[in-house]
Design a protein around this ligand. Structure first.
Ligand code: GRG
Length: 298
């Protein structure tokens, strides 16, 4: 493992230890709810969004990650996991496998999966809003507001609703881009901004380049996801693997062609890295994560 992968692994462990403690048996949770929540949350995700929170904090500050950075990393992963649990439900994407394991509604049942998703969503806001020593309340409120906007009807839920209302309908490139900017991009952008806010960076002038960077990597993440899907690397039990370009789900490769999508991916990567380079050497790890997002194989 090189230094960057070790650091990434360190962030993964750091957030997983906190998630594990949050939903442990000591808290006298209803046993089935507890098991379903743990299944949805602690089943081997890459923890990219928490890594973005920590690395964005690192980009903006020499100080070690603080309580708010940790809370933001935990909260964003709770929201992400809830969205996957609900997205997998029969009423939405109807998936049997997630992260190589049966999805929550298969391992448990539909009602349990719905409740676990609901509870994970609330847990995100409970955890980020909890009182703590040395936590500036105004900053905490701003972070909560940002996470709520990115998750709800202006962000991820809007993207999901747009996606569901356009099943089997053709999308233009602009519509596809807008859909993903909300469905997956909003949470990725929130991760970057939450990390910066936890480092005390609050001026719009300073946040704008990071917002621009995060929009670019949100798009790049989705294009790579589409490319991996075509290459047959994603978990699509019961669905065609190595799918052709004309399936009913609109994708970047379907609209741009395989080579066009790859070219766009590399353009987005290069533009994103160019922004980070303006921050100097503290950007090195975030640049490495940006490389990873574009070159990941799962
Ligand atoms: C149900 C309100 C609601 C929203 C769901 C995020 C989402 C919206 C749906 C997920 C659909 C999907 C599989 C999109 C592709 C991009 C994506 C979010 C992949 C999963 O993220 P990773 O690769 O997952 O970071 P891990 O498992 O590593 O956490």
């Amino acid at each position: 493992m090189n230094t960057f992968t070790q650091r990434l692994d360190g962030y993964r462990q750091r957030v997983e230890q906190q998630l594990d403690r949050l939903i442990c048996a000591d808290h006298s949770l209803e046993p089935r709810l507890q098991l379903t929540m743990r299944h949805g949350l602690l089943n081997g995700g890459k923890r990219l969004r928490p890594a973005l929170v920590y690395l964005s904090h690192r980009l903006c500050s020499d100080a070690p990650a603080n309580d708010l950075t940790d809370r933001a990393a935990v909260a964003i992963e709770c929201i992400h996991s809830y969205s996957l649990v609900h997205d997998d439900l029969p009423a939405m994407d109807n998936d049997d496998l997630r992260r190589g394991l049966p999805t929550c509604h298969i391992a448990f049942d539909e009602a349990s999966a719905i409740l676990a998703g609901d509870a994970l969503q609330c847990l995100a806001f409970e955890h980020l809003s909890a009182p703590g020593d040395n936590v500036p309340a105004a900053l905490q409120l701003r972070m909560l507001n940002l996470l709520a906007q990115a998750s709800g009807m202006y962000g991820m839920v809007l993207g999901q609703a747009f996606d569901l209302s356009h099943v089997d309908k053709p999308l233009t490139l602009e519509q596809l881009q807008a859909m993903h900017a909300h469905k997956t991009g909003a949470l990725i952008s929130a991760a970057v901004e939450l990390g910066a806010l936890s480092a005390g960076v609050t001026d719009a002038d300073k946040l704008e380049p990071l917002r621009h960077y995060s929009r670019l990597i949100g798009l790049a993440f989705q294009i790579q996801d589409d490319l991996l899907d075509i290459e047959g690397n994603t978990e699509t039990l019961g669905k065609p693997q190595g799918s052709d370009l004309t399936q009913n789900k609109p994708t970047y490769p379907a609209l741009l062609g395989l080579e066009g999508a790859r070219t766009r991916l590399h353009q987005l990567h290069d533009e994103a890295v160019e922004i980070l380079r303006t921050f100097g050497p503290t950007a090195d790890d975030l640049i490495a994560l940006t490389d990873y997002i574009v070159h990941r194989d799962h």
